[in-house]
Design a protein around this ligand. Structure first.
Ligand SMILES: NC(=O)c1ccc[n+]([C@@H]2O[C@H](COP(=O)([O-])OP(=O)(O)OC[C@H]3O[C@@H](n4cnc5c(N)ncnc54)[C@H](OP(=O)(O)O)[C@@H]3O)[C@@H](O)[C@H]2O)c1
Length: 213
């Protein structure tokens, strides 16, 4: 395929190289210097070249959008007409300092509860897997690779309790950080639920996180 990379930073640069090595025809565009784009094209070898966003989009079978959300309008304007094109977006709608999603979730059920139940040490946990998986995971908990389960909260001692309980039902606790991370965990829970109940395989779905670096 002809793939246009709009935003040749960490994501766009690396994916573009991998796409090229997989045999695709890649145009790297949108970086602060043309030299960088050329360097990426050289590094990718194969059928990769540097170009403008317009070059990347023109004739592309798919474009990868990989810019900061704040730069989205600019890069789209430079790309030109994308109607009818496959647009693969990996850009997350984050604010300028990448501390919050600017579209969608600015709070969460868990945070709302922490306002409602004053003084309580709220931890968000267990919601991100369907309940049906608990007995099976418990049975298999001695296996080396247990599924993960994310949890978050502001109070360390409360989180320690939650982590213990997560282990007790056979999961590996994955600390997602402060309670505000529930803004992201709750939609993730919906995704897991949707996959479990709408998929062919029934509700038996759990997940595991791996750190690559
Ligand atoms: N990095 C990740 O692991 C990751 C994971 C999931 C999602 N994402 C999302 O993917 C998107 C891209 O992330 P990223 O980490 O790849 O960002 P990045 O490394 O900052 O890449 C953004 C690209 O935009 C270019 N750029 C920035 N300002 C520019 C300007 N004024 N004029 C021209 N080009 C400009 C940068 O140029 P330079 O190359 O010259 O700096 C870079 O090539 C973000 O929305 C992020 O939320 C990233």
């Amino acid at each position: 395929m002809k793939i246009g990379i709009l935003g040749s930073g960490l994501m766009g640069g690396k994916l573009g190289i991998l796409f090229t090595r997989a045999g695709h025809d890649v145009v790297f565009s949108y970086a602060r210097s043309d030299e960088k784009l050329q360097r990426l094209a050289n590094e990718a070898k194969g059928k990769a070249r540097a170009g403008t966003p317009g070059d990347a989009a023109r004739d592309a079978d798919a474009v990868l959008l990989a810019v900061h959300w704040l730069r989205m309008d600019e890069v789209l304007e430079q790309a030109g007409d994308l109607s009818g094109k496959v647009v693969i977006n990996c850009s997350l709608p984050m604010n300028a300092d990448d501390t919050a999603l600017v579209i969608g979730h600015t709070s969460s059920g868990a945070e709302a509860l922490s306002q409602k139940i004053r003084g309580a040490k709220i931890v968000s946990a267990f919601g991100t897997v369907p309940s049906e998986v608990f007995p099976e995971v418990f049975k298999a908990r001695r296996k080396a690779e247990r599924p993960g389960m994310v949890y978050c909260g502001d109070d360390q001692s409360a989180k320690h309790v939650a982590a213990t309980l997560i282990k007790d039902v056979g999961f590996e606790p994955v600390d997602a950080g402060p309670l505000r991370m529930a803004r992201y965990m709750e939609p993730f829970a919906l995704l897991m639920g949707q996959l479990a109940y709408e998929g062919d395989g029934g509700p038996e779905i759990a997940y595991r996180f791996e750190r690559f670096a």
